[in-house]
Design a protein. Structure first.
Lengths: 318, 453
């Protein structure tokens, strides 16, 4: 008998980083499918470019750092997919590739790889791209079946290829042009390729909740804060703020990133509320119509502090 | 007597695969007397017993061969008749060394038991003394001496006697078979303990996946007087942990660093209760126990009644022998069991099981960086932050681990079990606890030296 010696426990739940990342990728497939439906081959190319750039960069970085190859954990694939879903449909592919490289090389591997990055890599790359490629990052192509296409082109004849996002319309006060609630749910509106269809995102989020990959704390506190803020702010019905822009994609898939969000339930709620407040502050008073990315990135920076003040109390401690 | 369902759920817990079907339907079988027994002087928690015999001595089954070595300690008796071959340091399952009596047995019906007592007429003090003399300690795993549990300090009163029949450790079925086959002994033990503890209410805690045991207990306790309830616990690991069982049955929380008696509870494993009954009614000390020999690495998994000190190789041989491809031998089950290096180790009063795992059931892994997912926090029944404690230990910051309450860790393994990055969280908690205990011992020694001048 050749015996192995190790310390207990000798059993495992057989989950893994790989299985968790795989679940998140699966949960994003409905949204990716909708992206392809609404934006066609452009979406396919964006997704493929971002994933390829991320995975290749991951492999190259690990090689250069003389560390174990980590593409097998699927985290780079997920980062690429998330980044792609956060990009406008007509973005030049080389820009998307630059984003993927930035996400992995600068926002992730420079800090030591998965587990050590302080900021969500996909969002850090998006922020980088928004500043570097401002024009391309804020030009929105029309989705298939855009309901107000006539009206929009008539309203802005000079800029006929650009479709205004609901949040841009809200910001301009052009509420008359605003998409219907039905369109917000289905996704035939302007925006990043993966953020427009609320139903597809919510189906994915439900899958993650059922599989216990994420808990309800961040999505619910995030979206509830957006709703309540919008309710008191007045103007468009609060549900428009929840369904527009990247709120659902951000709350369910980006803010819930393990590495960059607090670890305790209490901390997650603080984090979610903070994200919601910052999102609405930026949407209401900031220079950009949308603030989800920046809100989450700012809260990422606060995560260690939140962790520090939301430690669990041991069972039996008074 | 009534049966109720527990409605108090503690935080955390996990659902390992149970694999109890391997041995649950196998009736308890007594092992033929092995030729050699190795009886350790440290089968319990606390100070080892002082060995009373030497090489060449003849001993009789039930004879006292080790005298308790302190207040928290227990007597050790010869598990069979025979001749002492040697007294030597032997390694135990947990890795530590202790004096052990190597006994060459001989078949004989002779016994040196204590005189039987009638528990109904015996005084509380007589019964307590008997439990003490019989060397009884908790047979669930920790081995806390029962005489200490049964004799709370004068300012404490036991309101609840909780019988631990949860047996939440995967694979093991020894307690299950005890409840099924020896319900009457358990009942007698309960009545004795109730008398010693001045009539506390009794709660018999059993996990819901053991309906036959629940039925057997219901039958045995049907006509008992007083406040007795069978509490059906949800199937959740570590339901058998003392603190969690107290919460699940009577909703009391043992304070940090405290014993169950701090909240008026005494918890005793069902096997121990049966041993108490034998000590009183038969005068028989704790010299044998039921051990489940199981796992996919043995040919015929079974529940074995064996004298304390039986070598693992004899246990495994009785269970049809080990398969070729065994890769791990565990003293206990897979969650809390000790991994042993060979089969030369011997059973003790606390050996509830031997689990042999083949290649297929052995999980081998390499650790990744912590991804901060929080799975361990949700799994930890003590509501600790295992991820942070583990990271603190890895950066040698034991003080931080202590601040985060690592001393509360019960080493149940739920954190490592559920960690998707396969980190050695439980082991890191153990390291921190050992370092803290060593520091406290150093401080004590320094203070004592200073006081001496």
């Amino acid at each position: 008998m050749k015996l192995i010696l190790s310390s207990s426990p000798h059993a495992h739940a057989k989950n893994s980083v790989h299985s968790m990342m795989r679940d998140v990728i699966l949960a994003l497939l409905p949204a990716a499918g909708c992206a392809v439906w609404f934006f066609g081959m452009r979406a396919v190319w964006l997704i493929a470019t971002c994933i390829a750039a991320s995975v290749v960069t991951e492999a190259v970085c690990r090689l250069a750092m003389k560390r174990e190859n980590s593409i097998g954990d699927l985290s780079a694939t997920l980062t690429g997919l998330l980044l792609a879903l956060n990009l406008p449909p007509d973005l030049p592919l080389w820009m998307a590739a630059v984003g993927g490289v930035f996400a992995i090389a600068v926002a992730k591997q420079a800090f030591g790889g998965l587990g050590y990055n302080p900021f969500n890599p996909a969002l850090a790359a998006r922020a980088f791209m928004l500043i570097s490629f401002t024009g391309a990052m804020t030009t929105w192509a029309f989705p298939r079946g855009y309901e107000a296409v006539e009206a929009a082109t008539n309203a802005t004849p000079v800029d006929a290829v650009t479709c205004a996002t609901p949040l841009a319309l809200i910001k301009k006060g052009d509420v008359a042009q605003l998409a219907s609630l039905k369109s917000l749910l289905l996704g035939n509106i302007g925006g990043c390729i993966g953020e427009t269809c609320a139903i597809a995102l919510l189906v994915g989020a439900a899958y993650l909740l059922i599989r216990r990959v994420i808990t309800w704390h961040i999505p619910v506190s995030f979206l509830a804060t957006v709703f309540i803020f919008a309710f008191f702010k007045g103007g468009v019905p609060p549900v428009f703020h929840v369904l527009s822009g990247g709120a659902i994609l951000g709350a369910c898939f980006m803010a819930t990133d393990y590495v960059t969000s607090p670890i305790t339930a209490k901390g997650k709620i603080v984090f979610g509320v903070g994200c919601g407040l910052l999102t609405m502050c930026i949407r209401s008073g900031g220079g950009y119509p949308e603030g989800v990315s920046f809100a989450i990135l700012i809260m990422n920076a606060v995560t260690p502090l939140i962790n520090r003040y939301t430690q669990p109390k041991p069972f039996g401690r008074a | 007597m009534k049966t109720v369902k527990s409605s108090f759920k503690f935080h955390g817990g996990v659902h390992p695969e149970y694999h109890k079907d391997l041995a649950r339907d196998k009736a308890i079988e007594a092992i033929p007397l092995p030729g050699t027994l190795v009886i350790s002087m440290s089968q319990h928690l606390g100070a080892p017993a002082k060995c009373l015999v030497k090489a060449g001595d003849k001993v009789v089954k039930g004879q006292l061969i080790g005298e308790k070595g302190g207040f928290i300690s227990a007597n050790v008796h010869a598990s069979a008749c025979g001749t002492v071959k040697s007294v030597e340091l032997k390694q135990g399952a947990a890795g530590g060394y202790a004096n052990a009596v190597v006994l060459e047995t001989e078949a004989s019906d002779e016994t040196a038991y204590m005189p039987p007592l009638d528990w109904k007429t015996a005084t509380r003090e007589e019964l307590l003394k008997r439990v003490d003399e019989a060397g009884i300690c908790g047979m669930g795993g920790a081995g806390f001496p029962s005489s200490v549990k049964l004799n709370p300090p004068p300012d404490k009163h036991c309101e609840y006697l909780i019988l631990n029949g949860a047996e939440c450790e995967p694979y093991l079925t020894a307690d299950f078979r005890m409840m099924l086959e020896h319900a009457d002994r358990i009942r007698t033990g309960v009545e004795i303990m109730r008398k010693v503890l001045n009539g506390p209410a009794v709660r018999i805690a059993i996990e819901a996946n053991k309906p036959e045991a629940i039925a057997a207990m219901e039958t045995a306790f049907k006509d008992i007087e007083g406040n007795v309830e069978i509490v059906i616990l949800p199937v959740l690991y570590p339901q058998g942990s003392e603190k969690h069982q107290i919460y699940a049955t009577v909703k009391r929380i043992v304070p940090e660093g405290g014993l169950p008696i701090a909240v008026g509870c005494v918890v005793e494993n069902v096997g121990t209760v049966a041993a108490i009954a034998d000590a009183v009614t038969l005068g028989k000390p704790l010299i044998e126990r039921v051990t489940t020999v199981t796992g996919d690495g043995v040919n015929e998994p079974k529940n074995v009644l064996a004298p304390c000190g039986t070598r693992y190789e004899d246990m495994v041989a009785f269970a049809g022998g080990a398969k070729e491809n065994v890769r791990k031998v565990l003293s206990g089950g897979p969650m809390m069991g000790f991994n042993v290096a060979d089969l030369g180790i011997s059973t003790t009063k606390t050996t509830s099981g031997l689990t042999l795992l083949t290649e297929k059931s052995v999980f081998q892994y390499s650790s990744h960086a912590c991804i901060n997912c929080g799975t361990c926090l949700r799994a930890c029944p003590m509501n600790l932050n295992p991820a942070a404690i583990s990271c603190a230990v890895e950066s040698d910051d034991i003080a931080d681990a202590e601040k985060r309450g690592v001393m509360n860790c019960i080493e149940c393994g739920a954190c490592s079990f559920s960690c998707p990055a396969y980190r050695d969280i439980t082991q890191n908690c153990r390291r921190a606890k050992a370092a803290i205990r060593a520091r406290i011992a150093r401080e004590k020694a320094a203070a004592a030296a200073k006081a001496k001048g």
